[in-house]
Design a binder for this molecule. Structure first.
Ligand code: ZN
Length: 510
C-alpha cells in the first residue's frame, strides 16, 4: 500500500523587494494542488518560504541603513498577508534566517565536508569594487561591465569551499533514466542533459568570504555558506533533518513535487539531487518547472516595475477571480500572459456568464416552480444522456489532469460541464415544461440533473476557487460536498435550497 502522503513545495522566494503576481502564480498552483490532494484523502504538507541571505540583500539593506534582517522582516510580513488574502493554505513557512534552519544547514555542510564531498579551493570571479559584488560573465551588461553600476569589473580570486558535483554526474544520469517522470515537462529534462550535464558538471562554489550575510561555516568562520546548501536544504531542514529523522522527515520525505519556475529547474534537478546523494537520502519524486506569467507580453521584472501590488487585483475583482485566472490561463509548462484586460474577460466569460449564470438560473427556476424543494422522480429523456454521461466521467478526467499537473485543462473540463448545463437549459426549456401539468415530474428531473451537475462541478472546483464553492454549497444546502460524493444522483432529495446570491459581478469595461 502506498503511503497516502503528499509533500509539495514552492521555491523559497528571495525577498529583495515586495512580491508580485509571478510569485502569486507559483504559489496559487501549489495551493490548488495541495488542496486537491487533501480533498483526495492525502496527508498533505505544503511548504513555502523565503531565501533571505546573500550579497544582494546585504547591499540593499546597507544602502538603507538597516541590517539585512530589519530590511526583510516587513517584506515577509507583507508576503504572509498576501498569501492570507489569496487563501494560500500552506502548512509551513520557512525562513532561511530561522535559527533551527541555520543550525541544520551548518550540520549538513559539515557532513558533506567530512565525507570528502566539500573541499577548499580558489574561486575566480569578476569583481566590481565599488559594488563589492562578484559577477559571472553572463551577468555583465552589454559592454562587459558591472550590471549594477556599469563600471569596470576585474578578475579576482578568493579562497572558497567547493562541492564535488562532478563526482555525482554518472549517478545523476542514471537516476534520470530510472525515473523518467522526475523532470516535468519532459522537454526540460533534455535541456538539462544536453546543455549542462553532458558537457560535464563543474564543482560548485559553496562558500564565500567577500560578504557576511549568510550562515557561517562552523569550522572556518571567515566563510559564509553561499546560496546552494543554505537555500536548497530548506526542503529537508523544515522536516527536522538532520536532527530529528523520526517524525516529519520520516513521514513526508521525499517530496512529491518541487514546484519551481523554469529558470531554477537546473538547481533543483542537478545541484539538489547531487547534494542529496552526498547525504545518502532519497531524491524528490518530481520537479515541475512551470513557465512564467508574462505581464502584457513582457517578463515581470522588478526593475521594469511593470506590475501592481497583487492585492489591487484582489480588491478590484475578488480573490477567486485572480486564482481562477492564474490557474486557467497558463498552459502546462508554457508561459502565460497576465493582463488585466484578459483577467476581466476571463472573469466575465467563465465565472459570471457560465458558472454564476447557471447557478442563478437553476436556483431561480427551482424556487419558482417547486418552492426550492429538491426532488428526483427520475423521468429521464435521451437528451439527458449527453449531460449525465459527461458528469459521470468528469471526476476521473479531472483527476488525471490534476495529477499530471495540467491544471488549466482540468478547469477547462469542469467548465465544459457547466457549459453543457447551460445548453441543457436551453434545450429542455423548463419554462415550457412548467406550463404543462403532465410534465411536472419531468421538470423536477431536469432541475435535479442541473443541480447535480452544479454540485459535482462545485466539488471539483473546491481546490481552485474555495471561497466561491463554499458559497455555492451554502445555496445548495447540501452536505454532499466531498470527493466521495461525486457519484451522479447523490444530491439529497427533500432538501430545500437557500436563497441564491450573486457569485460574481460582471466587470464593466470602458
Ligand atoms: Zn558595480
Amino acid at each position: 500500500m502506498e503511503n497516502k502522503k503528499f509533500y509539495i513545495t514552492t521555491p523559497i522566494y528571495y525577498p529583495s523587494a515586495e512580491f508580485h503576481i509571478g510569485h502569486c502564480y507559483t504559489t496559487i498552483i501549489a495551493d490548488a494542488l495541495a488542496r486537491y490532494k487533501r480533498l483526495s484523502g492525502y496527508d498533505v504538507f505544503f511548504q513555502t518560504g523565503t531565501d533571505e541571505h546573500g550579497q544582494k540583500i546585504e547591499k540593499i539593506a546597507t544602502e538603507k541603513g538597516l541590517t539585512p534582517k530589519e530590511y526583510v522582516d516587513p517584506i515577509i510580513e507583507n508576503a504572509k498577508d498576501l498569501w492570507n488574502k489569496l487563501g494560500i493554505s500552506y502548512d509551513y513557512f520557512i525562513r532561511t534566517t530561522d535559527e533551527d534552519h541555520c543550525a541544520r544547514v551548518q550540520k549538513i555542510f559539515k557532513m558533506m565536508y567530512d565525507k570528502g564531498d566539500i573541499y577548499k579551493g580558489e574561486y575566480k570571479g569578476l569583481y566590481c569594487t565599488p559594488c563589492e559584488s562578484f559577477w559571472t560573465e553572463s551577468q555583465l551588461d552589454e559592454n562587459g561591465k558591472c550590471p549594477d553600476c556599469h563600471r569596470d569589473v576585474h578578475e579576482v580570486s578568493e579562497e572558497a569551499y567547493f562541492f564535488k558535483l562532478s563526482k555525482y554526474q554518472d549517478k545523476l544520469v542514471k537516476f534520470y533514466e530510472d525515473n523518467p517522470k522526475f523532470i516535468q515537462p519532459e522537454s526540460r529534462k533534455n535541456e538539462m542533459l544536453n546543455n549542462f550535464i553532458k558537457p560535464g558538471l563543474e564543482d560548485l562554489c559553496v562558500s564565500r568570504t567577500s560578504f557576511k550575510w549568510g550562515i557561517p561555516v562552523t569550522f572556518d568562520e571567515k566563510h559564509v555558506i553561499y546560496v546552494w546548501i543554505d537555500a536548497l536544504s530548506n526542503y529537508i531542514t523544515s522536516l527536522g533533518y538532520p536532527d530529528n529523522l523520526d517524525d516529519k522527515f520520516k513521514k513526508y520525505w521525499p517530496a512529491d513535487i518541487h514546484l519551481v519556475g523554469k529558470e531554477i529547474v537546473r538547481f533543483h534537478t542537478i545541484i539538489w539531487p547531487c547534494m542529496l546523494m552526498s547525504l545518502g537520502i532519497d531524491l524528490p519524486k518530481q520537479v515541475f518547472g512551470h513557465g512564467w506569467l508574462i505581464v502584457d507580453g513582457g517578463k515581470i521584472s522588478k526593475s521594469l516595475g511593470n506590475y501592481k501590488d497583487p492585492r489591487d487585483y484582489i480588491n478590484s475583482y475578488g480573490v477567486d477571480a485572480v486564482r481562477y485566472y492564474a490557474l486557467r490561463e497558463v498552459p502546462f509548462g508554457n508561459d502565460g500572459n497576465f493582463s488585466e484586460d484578459l483577467l476581466i474577460a476571463r472573469t466575465n466569460a467563465d465565472l459570471v456568464n457560465t458558472l454564476g449564470n447557471l447557478v442563478n438560473r437553476t436556483l431561480a427556476m427551482s424556487k419558482k416552480y417547486f418552492s426550492s424543494v429538491v426532488e428526483n422522480p427520475k423521468v429521464y429523456e435521451s437528451i439527458d444522456d449527453n449531460l449525465i454521461s459527461y458528469a459521470k466521467m468528469l471526476p476521473s478526467l479531472v483527476d488525471n489532469k490534476v495529477n499530471s499537473l495540467k491544471v488549466n485543462e482540468a478547469l477547462e473540463d469542469i467548465f465544459e460541464l457547466l457549459k453543457r448545463s447551460n445548453k441543457y437549459i436551453d434545450d429542455t426549456t423548463p419554462w415550457v415544461l412548467a406550463k404543462d401539468e403532465s410534465k411536472t415530474d419531468r421538470l423536477k428531473t431536469v432541475l435535479y440533473n442541473l443541480l447535480e451537475s452544479i454540485r459535482i462541478s462545485t466539488i471539483l472546483l473546491r481546490a481552485f476557487i474555495p471561497g466561491t464553492t463554499e458559497r455555492i454549497f451554502n445555496m445548495l444546502n447540501t452536505k454532499k460536498i466531498e470527493f466521495t460524493d461525486l457519484d451522479f444522483g447523490t444530491l439529497e432529495e427533500g432538501i430545500t435550497l437557500n436563497e441564491s446570491e450573486i457569485l460574481f459581478n460582471r466587470i464593466e469595461t470602458k
